[in-house]
Design a protein around this ligand. Structure first.
Ligand SMILES: C[S@@+](CC[C@H](N)C(=O)[O-])C[C@H]1O[C@@H](n2cnc3c(N)ncnc32)[C@H](O)[C@@H]1O
Ligand code: SF4
Ligand code: SF4
Length: 331
C-alpha cells in the first residue's frame, strides 16, 4: 500500500516543516521545505518589494488545508506528513539558505549542478538570487522567529563564495539564533567560522570523500585535499573538535572501496576528528532503483567498528539508513 493511500480517509494532518521552516531556494523563491524528492507544498516567488507576510499568508492557507484533510499533490507520499496534533507555535525555527550556487570546486555529484570547472567560472560573478536579509529582518521585526532555538543551515553553493555571508551571520548573531550549521568544502579558511565555533554557536560539516589527493581530485575536480585538511586542523586547534563533522559520500566507481575508506579514516584519527558521517550519493539512491552492493556494507561496518574503538561518533542520515536497511544486492 502506498503511504498516500493510508491518508485517503480525510483525517487532519500537519507538517512540522510547514509550521516552522523557511527555505530560500535556488528557484528564487520562498518555500516551506526543501526535501530532496517530494514537495515543496508551494513555491512563493516574492519580489524585493513584497513582504514576508505574503509568504506567511500562503503558509497559513496550506496549514488549514492539511488540517481539513486536504493533502496538496506535492506533499503526497512525504514522510513529513503527520496526523494532526494541536500546535500553537508557528514561528520560524529553521531557515535553510539555498539562494546561491557559487562554489570554488566542482564535485561530480553536486546537486547544485556545478559539475564543470567552466560552470564554476561562469557562476563566479553572477549575483545571488535575492536579498534574503530583507525577509529575515522582517521576520524578526514581526516576532515570527524563535530566536532561542533558531537553526540556520547554509546550503547553497559554498559559503566562502557568498559575498555578504558575514553580514548575514552578523544579523543572526545580533538578532538571536541558536545554531548556525555550515556545510563547506573547507577550501578557504574563514575566521567567521572559527568565531562561531569558539562561541559554541556553529557546526561545520565537510565532505572530504577521500583519503588521498588523487581521489579527492577526481571527485572535486580541484587539487585542494591538503588545504582542506590543513583548514580542519586550524579550526580544531582554535576551537576544539566538538562541532566539526567530516563526511564521506560513497560515490560509485570513485571512492567505493575499502582501501580508500581506510586511508580516510586513518587521516581522521590522525587529525583528531570526532564525528564522521557516511552517506551514499543521492543520485544513486533517490529513486530506490540502485541496488546497494555488498562492499558498501563492508565500508559502513568497518567504519562502525573503528569508530567504536576510537570513541568517535558516526552518523548516517535517516534516508540513507533506510536505504541501507533494504539489504544488499548480490547481482
Ligand atoms: C550542495 S552542498 C552546499 C554546501 C557546501 N558547498 C558543501 O558541499 O558542503 C550541501 C550538502 O549537500 C551534499 N551533497 C551534494 N550533492 C550530493 C549528492 N549527490 N549526494 C550526497 N550528498 C550530496 C554536500 O555534501 C553538502 O553537505
Ligand atoms: S509534507 Fe513534505 S512536501 Fe509537504 S510541505 Fe511538508 S515537508 Fe514539504
Ligand atoms: S562543495 Fe558543495 S556546492 Fe560545491 S560542488 Fe561540492 S557539493 Fe556542490
Amino acid at each position: 500500500m502506498k503511504f498516500y493511500s493510508f491518508f485517503n480517509n480525510k483525517k487532519a494532518y500537519m507538517c512540522e516543516l510547514m509550521n516552522n521552516h523557511l527555505h530560500f531556494s535556488c528557484r528564487k523563491a520562498l518555500e516551506p521545505c526543501c526535501s530532496a524528492n517530494v514537495g515543496p507544498a508551494f513555491v512563493k516567488n516574492l519580489s524585493q518589494k513584497e513582504s514576508i507576510m505574503d509568504f506567511v499568508k500562503t503558509k497559513k492557507k496550506y496549514i488549514k488545508m492539511l488540517q481539513k484533510g486536504d493533502i496538496p499533490y506535492e506533499c503526497k507520499d512525504c514522510v513529513h506528513l503527520k496526523i494532526y496534533e494541536k500546535v500553537n507555535d508557528f514561528r520560524i525555527k529553521k531557515i535553510t539558505l539555498n539562494h546561491y550556487t557559487q562554489c570554488n570546486c566542482a564535485c561530480i555529484y553536486c546537486t547544485q549542478g556545478n559539475r564543470t570547472l567552466e560552470k564554476i567560472k561562469e557562476d563566479e560573478n553572477k549575483p545571488v538570487l535575492f536579498d534574503v536579509l530583507k525577509f529575515i529582518n522582517e521576520l524578526y521585526d514581526n516576532n515570527l522567529i524563535d530566536t532561542e532555538n533558531l537553526y540556520i543551515d547554509f546550503q547553497g553553493g559554498n559559503i566562502s563564495c557568498l559575498k555578504n555571508h558575514e553580514e548575514i551571520i552578523k544579523t543572526f548573531l545580533t538578532r538571536g539564533v541558536g545554531t548556525i550549521y555550515i556545510p563547506t568544502n573547507n577550501i578557504v579558511y574563514m575566521p567567521v567560522i572559527e568565531n562561531l565555533l569558539r562561541m559554541k554557536k556553529g557546526e561545520v560539516c565537510t565532505a572530504l570523500d577521500s583519503g588521498c589527493k588523487e581521489t579527492y581530485f577526481k571527485i572535486k575536480q580541484v587539487d585542494k585535499y591538503d588545504k582542506s585538511i590543513e583548514n580542519l586542523k586550524r579550526y580544531i586547534n582554535a576551537a576544539g573538535n566538538d562541532s566539526i563533522i567530516v563526511k564521506y559520500i560513497i560515490v560509485h566507481d570513485y571512492n567505493d572501496n575499502i582501501e580508500e575508506f581506510k586511508l580516510f579514516l586513518d587521516k581522521m584519527i590522525e587529525i583528531n576528528i570526532k564525528i564522521i558521517v557516511i552517506d551514499i550519493d543521492y543520485r544513486d539512491i533517490i529513486d530506490n532503483s540502485f541496488k546497494i552492493p555488498k562492499h558498501y556494507y563492508d565500508i559502513v561496518n568497518y567504519a562502525k567498528k573503528i569508530c567504536r574503538e576510537h570513541n568517535m561518533d558516526i552518523g548516517i542520515p535517516p534516508y540513507t539508513e533506510s536505504v541501507l536497511k533494504r539489504g544488499y544486492s548480490v547481482k
